[in-house]
Design a protein around this ligand. Structure first.
Ligand code: BEZ
Ligand code: FE
Length: 304
């Protein structure tokens, strides 16, 4: 193998082979200022090269993959997060979440993936507010409490919630209909006893977006694109680990076949049915059927 000196101190190689190229690429990270950056790229190169060797990847297949990633990038925007969706449908989002929340947190509420529909800029509202944004649907009253690992209330916690409408669509998927307004999402804060509450509409199971490049993978695999019905939550509070989670309903037809692998039995809540004529938790006499959900979220103590 011939070698020459680079402008820097690194020795470059030419005439690399299928066997020698991996180590040669890995060596280019020797000078990384950050050791973790070096570790990650050396391993990434190893696995990527091994993958290409293992499947005997053709040039055409690699160009197809590069074109795919380019299209994932082109369709992406702050409200169309196709890279997040790619990570989700390949199970990477849940894998990384599991690696980092391995159950060592004791009694803490289980976490799950964030998904592509969390957006910044959601309205901050008072407890008890109607966050449906006027989207029609069966009323849902949610009452939540946030406690720490010792069971004490966590006051002043940031609580983000977001969910689909009764047809399975998020606000950002119907920007034309909603004139670009955000709906069915809000930022709330827990009160002195850790409570928070809101009124909205009952969501529904839905397919993950399949009209972009990720849909090609789902169709090629003959997979179901469906997610079980759920409410999303994200908690941030001083002295506690952040928590990203969801609540599911137990009788959902897709609970055991979530397209993004995020459903957990520990996160199944009772979406209780109520008849017209009953009183809502906020004291409203209801003239139509509605549902209520109550849940206590436990946050782990902040890691030192
Ligand atoms: C969601 O729950 O919003 C979601 C998660 C992953 C992919 C698509 C949607
Ligand atoms: Fe969702």
């Amino acid at each position: 193998m011939l070698r020459r000196r680079n402008e820097g101190s690194r020795t470059m190689s030419i005439d690399l082979t299928e066997e020698t190229i991996t180590a040669e690429v890995q060596k280019t990270f020797d000078g990384a200022a950050d050791e973790r950056t070096r570790e990650i790229f050396v391993s990434l190169v190893q696995h990527l090269h091994d993958f290409a060797r293992e499947v005997r990847l053709t040039s055409e297949e690699w160009f197809t993959a590069v074109d795919f990633l380019e299209r994932v990038g082109r369709i992406s925007s702050p409200t169309r997060q196709e890279f997040v969706l790619l990570s989700d449908i390949l199970g990477v989002s849940v894998l990384v979440d599991q690696i980092n929340h391995d159950g060592g947190a004791g009694s803490a509420t289980d976490s799950t993936l964030l998904g592509p529909f969390y957006v910044d800029g959601r309205p901050r509202v008072e407890n008890g507010s109607d966050i449906s944004g006027g989207v029609p649907g069966m009323p849902l009253f949610f009452t939540g409490r946030v406690v720490d690992s010792t069971g004490l209330p966590v006051s002043g916690a940031d609580v983000d919630t977001w969910h689909s409408d009764g047809e399975g669509f998020y606000d950002v998927q119907q920007a034309d209909k909603l004139h670009g307004e955000l709906a069915m999402r809000a930022l709330l804060h827990t009160d002195l006893d850790g409570w928070f509450s809101f009124r909205s509409i009952v969501p529904r199971y839905y397919p993950v977006p399949t009209d972009g490049p990720c849909g090609e993978i789902i169709r090629a695999a003959g997979r179901s694109p469906m997610r079980p019905e759920h409410l999303h939550f994200r908690f941030r509070a001083a002295g506690c680990e952040p928590l990203v989670t969801m609540l599911f309903r137990g009788d959902d037809p897709y609970l055991e076949q979530d397209a993004v692998f995020g459903a957990k039995r520990s996160l199944v809540a009772d979406f209780a049915d109520h008849e017209a004529g009953e009183t809502a938790p906020d004291g409203t006499p209801m003239t139509e059927p509605f549902q209520t959900v109550e849940w206590t979220f436990t946050l782990a103590s902040a890691r030192r």
